[in-house]
Design a binder for this molecule. Structure first.
Ligand code: FAD
Length: 398
């Protein structure tokens, strides 16, 4: 039996998030998007209000003060936030997915130390930022080749009970506005990348850590993306999450959540563009009738709707699978939850802009913003080409 209905709690969560997006996010999304200096764009007050509603703690287990939600709850919440503004949704996406990684891989002491203050925070300041991408390439960090010269360049060298970190990360979301930071670093440069990286977390005020450039981006302008710099940053060994050399095992602990997160944000932005286009097609009259009555426009709307629904089904199927890992049903590669919706969002937002004609190109309407916001989706959280490479290997090896 296949069930498509959300639970009563999930419907309430959806309703709360939808109202929040309509009342708090949407009215300010265009203004935040237009702030010229990216360092001034961060919508602190909106994020604080989202913290008041507990969105940030959705995936933190109840024993550490969180809401103890599941991956499907996460998809339901994030779609609504992203339909309001994808950059703001991304701030919550990172804190939720990273807190789940800590919950899954952390010791009880680490969960108490890192998760409880986040769960209890209502100031909106306890965001998390995670740096994996390096100037030498975001795709390079996933390198599985045996040559030790390839892969992550940031170093974490053991020194007694500490690790000394040197290197830098780029493009990290929530940079400069987080209290807790995470990173992927290489412990042993004589071994292959896949077996010599580890994950660490640390407080924003750790000596040796600083923020570099904050990026000026085409879209997602409400999200702060920047450089993390490590100069002889000393971290106690207790700050390592998971085991030494097991960095990819640690990242893979949230394999499903990560794919679902980016895929859901793609569904959210595409839905917002589609709903705007549908309304416009009903109201805009050309040659004496609404443009939606022309077959070319009506068919575009049908294709957009079907594309969104298929992406949402894929995302929710993989969210379900995250909570049912022992099911007898065949498992889909979790990256499918990101790859297909990301490409869908590019297609749908461009079609929505076309339906608006010249007005879609103007900043008076949100269509050009939706297109800019969607363009990055096949690049972030691992370039689609790289994720497809891994999925192809898996299909061929099965
Ligand atoms: C808005 C935004 C938010 C981000 N947030 C974060 C974050 O929070 N944390 C973080 O660590 N990073 C973050 N990133 C970085 C993002 O994950 C990387 O941009 C992405 O992984 C691609 O890396 P790159 O940009 O260095 O491209 P490169 O690795 O240089 O790749 C360039 C292109 O080459 C192609 N390519 C590369 N390798 C292969 C391959 N093996 N097979 C086929 N094609 C290939 C792909 O088309 C790829 O797009 C963010 C980026 C953006 C734009």
């Amino acid at each position: 039996m296949i069930g498509f209905e959300l639970s009563e709690e999930q419907r309430q969560l959806q309703e709360t998030a939808r109202r929040f997006a309509e009342k708090e996010i949407r009215p300010l999304a265009a203004a935040v998007d237009r702030v010229a200096d990216p360092r001034q764009a961060y919508p602190k007050e909106i994020i604080r209000k989202g913290f008041e509603l507990g969105f940030h703690s959705l995936l933190i287990p109840e024993e550490y003060g969180g809401m103890g939600g599941c991956t499907l709850d996460y998809a339901v919440l994030l779609e609504e936030l992203a339909a309001g503004d994808i950059g703001m949704a991304n701030a919550f996406h990172v804190v939720m997915s990273m807190s789940e990684m800590i919950a899954r891989m952390g010791s009880r002491e680490q969960c108490e130390r890192w998760l409880r203050p986040i769960a209890e925070d209502v100031s909106g300041e306890y965001l998390i930022c995670f740096g994996a991408t390096e100037p030498s390439g975001g795709s390079e960090i996933f390198c599985q080749q045996p040559d030790p010269k390839l892969g992550v360049r940031t170093r974490a060298v053991r020194d007694g009970d500490h690790y000394v970190i040197n290197g830098s990360k780029v493009f990290s979301s929530n940079a400069s506005v987080s209290r807790l930071y995470g990173l992927l670093a290489r412990n042993d440069s004589s071994r292959a990348n896949a077996e010599s990286c580890s994950v660490f977390f640390f407080a924003a005020d750790t000596p040796g850590f600083s923020i570099g450039v904050i990026e000026d981006k085409m879209g997602h302008r409400a999200s702060m993306n920047g450089e993390l710099i490590f100069e002889n940053m000393r971290l106690p060994k207790e700050n390592m999450l998971g085991r030494e050399g097991g960095g990819f095992e640690t990242l893979n602990a949230i394999y499903d959540t990560n794919g679902v997160g980016t895929g859901t944000m793609a569904v959210g932005v595409a839905r917002a563009a589609y709903e705007a286009a549908l309304q416009y097609a009903r109201e805009r009259e050309i040659w004496g009738q609404p443009i939606g009555k022309y077959q070319a426009v009506g068919q575009m709307l049908v294709d957009m709707k079907a594309d969104i629904e298929m992406a949402r089904l894929m995302v929710r199927r993989i969210a379900w699978q995250g909570a049912n890992r022992n099911s007898a049903e065949g498992m889909l590669p979790p990256n499918m939850a990101k790859v297909y919706p990301a490409e869908m969002a590019r297609r749908v937002t461009v079609k929505a802009m076309q339906i608006f004609g010249g007005s879609g190109y103007m900043k008076d309407y949100p269509l050009e913003k939706y297109v800019r916001d969607a363009m990055v989706l096949p690049i972030i959280s691992g370039a689609n080409e790289v994720l497809k490479h891994f999925m192809a290997q898996r299909l061929l090896d099965a």
